[in-house]
Design a protein around this ligand. Structure first.
Ligand code: ASP
Length: 340
């Protein structure tokens, strides 16, 4: 044994699914399946593990902020007992959960690695076995001190991760940040990816906050301003605005601009991220971006949509006022953005 002990939390996802009449569906008793299909997990060279299974494993497209919070509580509550946590999760919203945990778990340096698979462990040929072994081994090295995602050939920073492929086995990428480690014949760590020093913004765990008061809106040609008004009318406190390129939008439409201004004057935090998977928002680069900034839109720099959305959620959970949330959205708190 490596001398480490790892908790494996099975939340659901394809990893443990079984075929049903309607297609793959979440299934219980991963323990039995692991014993049958993955005895290597108990090999001498592996850390000791404890498997914690959800009673009702989740299809991750049903995950809500409540699930992020429950998971964060579970991890924080057991942190003293384990050297690290592996979370088995469906791939569809895995990047949201990984991003959310990176904020909710605050300054913790305990490794939390999310993984899953594109093919269930019950199938003869699958990617589940390798992904789980990789995640557990990554923790055993002691070199990961944050929330990460182990999938395919990489270990990625959790809040930089996005699902980029619906069918291939390398389903995740971290387009604006190098992998924490490459998984080849050995685990090769990139030692230069340190986290910023703890801002202290997030303490042990923010108070319970299950509201879903933010929205994501992707700008498209001809977008009517009433879409913005409709979001504001729901009582939303934040909008992640997926802009074109470095942060532009239809600013020749005075009604669109007026709707943004109305929203930000009403106190809604509007954060621009790019529709492009790579690169960063730079609102003052084009007049069309400056107009957005003048209407109150903030730069989300190179954050993924998932990071921006869950960061808004976590900051509002702290009960911070609008100006504090606005300022913090533009700062690097957990390695989620690069300002330069
Ligand atoms: N629909 C599944 C889920 O997200 C996909 C997967 O796990 O790969 O739960």
């Amino acid at each position: 044994m490596s001398g480490k002990s790892v908790a494996i939390i099975y939340t659901g996802g394809t990893f443990g699914m079984r075929p049903s009449e309607k297609g793959y569906a979440p299934a219980r008793d991963l323990d039995a399946l692991i014993r049958e299909r993955l005895p290597e997990l108990s090999a001498e060279s592996m850390p000791a593990y404890e498997l914690i299974e959800y009673d009702d494993p989740l299809e991750s497209s049903n995950a809500t902020p409540h699930h992020w919070y429950h998971l964060a509580e579970q991890i924080a509550g057991a942190a003293d007992r384990f050297d690290g946590f592996v979370v088995i999760h469906g791939t569809d919203t895995l990047a949201y959960t990984a991003s959310a945990l990176s904020f909710l778990l605050g300054g913790s340096r305990k490794p939390v690695i999310l993984t899953g698979s594109q093919i269930p462990l019950c199938e003869v040929r699958n990617d589940a076995a390798g992904n789980l072994i990789g995640a557990v081994q990554a923790i055993a090295t002691g070199k990961i001190k944050e929330v990460g995602v182990c999938f395919g050939r990489h270990v990625l920073r959790g809040n930089r991760t996005t699902k980029v492929n619906a069918t291939e086995l390398d389903a995740f990428a971290s387009p604006n940040f190098p992998p924490l480690a490459e998984i080849g014949t050995e685990l090769r760590f990139n030692g230069t990816n340190g986290l910023p020093s703890d801002s202290g913004i997030f303490g042990e765990l923010p108070p319970p906050y299950h509201a879903c008061n933010s929205a994501v809106l992707r700008i498209f040609p001809g977008i009517p301003e009433r879409f913005i008004d409709a979001i504001v009318d729901t009582g939303a406190v934040g909008i992640v605005l997926r802009c074109y390129g470095v942060g532009t939008g239809p600013t020749a439409d005075p009604q669109f601009l007026a709707a943004l201004e109305r929203a930000s004057t009403a106190g809604v935090i509007i954060v621009a991220v790019s529709q492009c998977p790579e690169g960063s928002v730079s609102l003052r680069r084009y007049a069309a971006g400056s107009a957005l900034a003048d209407a109150g839109v903030l730069s989300g720099f190179d954050m993924t949509t998932e990071a921006a959305f869950t960061k808004l959620h976590a900051l509002f959970a702290l009960g911070l006022d609008r100006s504090a949330v606005a300022a913090l959205m533009q700062q690097d708190l957990r390695g989620e953005l690069t300002t330069s």
